[in-house]
Write a protein that binds this ligand. Sequence first.
Ligand SMILES: Cc1cc2nc3c(=O)[nH]c(=O)nc-3n(C[C@H](O)[C@H](O)[C@H](O)COP(=O)(O)OP(=O)(O)OC[C@H]3O[C@@H](n4cnc5c(N)ncnc54)[C@H](O)[C@@H]3O)c2cc1C
Length: 641
Amino acid sequence: MASNLKPTAESKPRPGEDDMVIDLSKMSADKRSAMEVAEGAREAKPTLPGFAQQLFMGTFDTNMIAEFPHQSAEEQKIGDVLCKKVGDYLEANLDAEEVDASRTIPGEVIDELFKMGVFAMKVPKEYGGLGLSQVNYNRVMMRIASYCASTAVLISAHQSIGVPQPLKLFGTEAQKKAFFPRFSQHSISAFALTEPSVGSDPSKMMTTATLTPDGKHYLINGEKLWCTNGPIADLLVVMAKTAPKMVNGRERTQITALIVEGKTPGITVAHRCDFMGIRAIQNGLMYFKDVKVPAENVLWGEGKGLKLALTTLNTGRLTLPAACTGAAKQCLSFCRRWGNDRVQWGLPIGAHEQGRHKLAFIASTTLAMEAVTWLTSHWANRSDQDIRIEAAMAKLFCSEMGWKIVDMTMQMRGGRGYEKASSLKARGEEPFPVERMMRDMRINMIIEGTSEIMKLFLAREAMDPHLNLASDVLKVHNPIGVKMKAGMKLATFYSGWYVKQWVNSSLWSAHNEMGSLAGHYQYIHACSHRLARTIFHYMGLYRDKLERKQILLGRLMDIGTELFAMAATCSYAHSLVKRGQDKNVLSLADMFCRDATRRIEGHFKEMATNDDHLMNQVGKAVLNGDMRWMEDGVQWIGKNA
Ligand SMILES: Cc1cc2nc3c(=O)[nH]c(=O)nc-3n(C[C@H](O)[C@H](O)[C@H](O)COP(=O)(O)OP(=O)(O)OC[C@H]3O[C@@H](n4cnc5c(N)ncnc54)[C@H](O)[C@@H]3O)c2cc1C
């Protein structure tokens, strides 16, 4: 998280802390250890700075989006063929309502998807897989998710975060040869990080992997919770604590990733979890008791497990935006048809002003979700670009917007939205599964990083350039000469940089190349400077306390995310027109940007005038039990202390 730029006399780092950009010295032991683990797990930076990170620093790099990336004809054909094949097969053979009701994805459907190579889409061709690009993979996932979310999660947990993805990124040649071919046969994999007391904060991981005296095996002991595919997995990537490393005389937690055979003795499925949505996923509480794993199954090396998990998630969480976009497109289609067919008060409900506005919101926001998804997916194909921030923004934006869209769709369908599709069908009505989609959609704001954690992650990454610039000044152990030199460098940089956040080319650039969307580019340009200087002001104002100002940071990150979505949407719409799309797409982009601008201005306003202090006091009082009288009058559910 963001931290103080200016150390105080007592803020001496302890031994082992001086390699951290963040000052850990004033933190509690618990928090310090969590931060050490989190900081140690941050992915090393690729060469090019990301588009969104630059926005936070006041740079709107239009060159990066001047040509919105599109697939080559050959690449597109590969995706078209597979999307159609998978889509047609599912439509003919899979009843998504039945999947939901029975909590079962039929075995023959899974078999057929294996035959099509769907479980090996990410496996490189030389190991027998389809070797799809991230874009084609996401296109197929969007298609599946729009039809049956449970099936999409089965495939995504296996492939976006399960063994294939970390194996591709970090596996040795021997590991790739041993495991990759199995995903074209019949092996399903899972990703096991979460534990009952380890959710968003992995530093308290309890599961251990202990090296046997002969150094040939690890013995895994512990529990993993909510492991999707766990109960049926042939292979799992399990994160566990290995022996701590001594860094400058102090123990540092080591988390290691291991590939584990699902049938190894000692693994038991204690419980198959039952959820509100995605009801057919096989997700369980798993026990590991002296589970013997060959030492050569360690992925990437001891102590690199959390970094591996987070790096896997950086690309892995891109499936979620694609899935949300698929659901949003389905909602748009339902609402268009229902908006025309349902007549009330003498007009189709879509023609009443409130109906038209819902349709406009759904259509324009879906375009933005699509733009963000494809831009980030294309960038993920490149190895030279840092997409951590964009991927997190895509996940945050698409899951939040997807939820709004499905909620609006339910409202538009009225009572029928609330009725199960099977019930609608039984009484002869068109079974739009809005009720199921809503249940399926909600999880997206929780898995693969909650919305709150995404904002904290974004804040840490957004502040990184500032923290890096100040790091030599911050390190108390640095000799005075080094610090003075670093201080001079810092002062020189900020004197130029800060002035530029006020006086810059946004004052005169018109961005005419964007035609009718030029005004929105102009706004993004000016607003990125405004955002950069606002962040800088707050860093100066709150210093080490900024990390605790989660609502303020959340507003800043929401602004950055909206700016990214606006830029992606304008560039996408513009490119579609060039490729022959009618000009309605520009109106949709314009609409989305107007909406986003209003939200951004709202966030700026809230930073100036808000009830944050009061809210903190009330929240604290509720937590202390001072407001328990408010709970009177109901029949308490569960234990009430
Ligand atoms: C259906 C389903 C499938 C899943 N699949 C997998 C899987 O395959 N593999 C796997 O390892 N895990 C899986 N998970 C676990 C999932 O990733 C976690 O639920 C998620 O990371 C959040 O952890 P938690 O539920 O323990 O919430 P907690 O971490 O306990 O958080 C609870 C709430 O507090 C908020 N919060 C937490 N920390 C902070 C903070 N510092 N500041 C502000 N707010 C905070 C969170 O945002 C959230 O709103 C799955 C979960 C579900 C429900």
